[in-house]
Ligand binder design. Structure first.
Ligand code: NAP
Length: 360
């Protein structure tokens, strides 16, 4: 199969570097283009990230000497990229306009940025949960007059550890009506260099700007239904989130209490639902689909970021500590790798899904 030629916007950043590592030798996608801010533009990629390459593996050989383009200049990508992954950090209005300009130039955009997460005709997907929202792209293209271009976005990295287990329960006939989530989020979630060591060592920061709102709102849209060119959020689930930044490099952990809408499964049934969960990415054998999608750990002290974040090459959600809840019905701990499943890896899986479904 001819590989699609892809560009990474924001390639020098935390998420961008994860893209380059994950896309090295990808069977469907080949990185031919890297772009970042005007500060990096014109340098070779290796020069641009000198002293700030943060991946365990060296810079992939095919991108080492690529000249970094200015991500704000869409014309440079035209004719070079069949698809761009967007991992730029900038103000929301700039990102919104820029991603639309790429799509209007016939370049599909798969984005990690939050700028388009509430845009009515833009699907925000966790491929195991709402792959059917990809159909919104037909409305998007019709409304905007795009033929090849599209915009699809990933949700916030905090939601990956609890939205899939909640969806699996809903699918099995046990919809959830309320949940309280306390997240412990890794410093890599704030990009590089992130919060200062003085703030993080010996500390927990009980505030991440905008994160609680996203953690409460985005799952409702992901679990919502497509209707008349938009997604009607599932507001039957009420969510209260407490988001904390902790001194962990990678891996967001969530302690979750759930209340069921009506019928309540027993704990063994919940575990069985999670362990047997298979969804569209697994059925389609997408290259980045983790099998299994969710792992349940029986040990009383798991999951833990250092031990479990790399499960399924960083794409699986690890669950544990399932027990009954004296206030709601059940409680558990979920963990996922924020820069892989929660960012670059999750977006690559979404791009694979869009390709497999014929949108690109
Ligand atoms: P980061 O490490 O700060 O990297 C930011 C990237 O954006 C760099 O490549 C930077 O280029 C580029 N950039 C900055 N200003 C720009 C401008 N004016 N024009 C064009 N490019 C510009 O951030 P990150 O953590 O990778 O996050 C990237 C995006 O992904 C953000 O929207 C973030 O919210 C989202 N996200 C992050 C995570 C995570 O776990 N980190 C998870 C989900 C989503 P230079 O190197 O040239 O400055």
């Amino acid at each position: 199969m001819n590989r699609m030629k892809v560009g990474v916007l924001g390639a020098t950043g935390m998420v961008g570097q994860n893209y380059l590592s994950l896309l090295d030798n990808h069977p469907w996608f080949e990185v031919v283009y890297v772009a970042a801010s005007p500060r990096s533009a014109g340098k070779t990629f290796a020069q641009a990230v000198a002293g700030r390459w943060l991946m365990a593996r060296p810079i992939p050989e095919p991108v080492h000497d690529l000249i970094v383009a200015d991500a704000n200049d869409v014309t440079q990508a035209v004719g070079q990229c069949d698809l761009v992954f967007s991992a730029i950090e900038s103000d929301k209005e700039t990102i919104r306009r820029l991603e639309e300009a790429y799509a209007a130039a016939d370049i599909p955009v798969v984005s990690n940025n939050s700028a388009h997460r509430a845009t009515a005709d833009v699907p925000m997907m966790v491929p195991e949960v709402n792959w059917e929202h990809a159909e919104l792209i037909k409305d998007q293209r019709q409304q905007r007059g795009w033929t090849r271009g599209l915009i699809a976005v990933k949700p916030n990295c905090s939601v990956q550890s609890y939205v899939t287990p909640v969806y699996a329960l809903k699918q099995a006939g046990y919809p959830v009506s309320a949940m309280i989530v306390s997240t412990m989020q890794a410093v890599s979630g704030a990009g590089y260099p992130g919060p200062s060591s003085y703030n993080m060592i010996d500390g927990i920061v009980p505030y991440i700007g905008g994160e609680e709102e996203k953690s409460e709102r985005e799952p409702q849209r992901i679990l919502g239904q497509r209707s008349n060119g938009q997604i009607i959020p599932d507001t039957s689930i009420k969510i209260a989130a407490h988001c904390n930044r902790v001194a962990v490099i990678d891996g967001h952990t969530a302690c979750v209490s759930l209340k069921f809408a009506d019928r309540k499964p027993c704990l063994d049934e919940v575990k069985a639902i999670w362990q047997s969960f298979v969804s569209e990415p697994q059925r389609l054998s997408l290259p980045s689909a983790p099998i299994p999608a969710m792992i349940y750990r029986e040990e009383p002290d798991r999951p833990q970021p250092r031990l479990d974040r790399d499960a399924g090459k960083g794409m699986a959600v690890t669950l544990g500590r399932l027990r009954s809840c004296p206030v709601f019905d059940i409680r558990f701990v979920g963990l996922s790798h924020n820069t892989i499943r929660g960012a670059a890896g999750g977006a690559i899986l979404m791009a694979e899904l869009l390709k497999a479904k014929g949108y690109m």
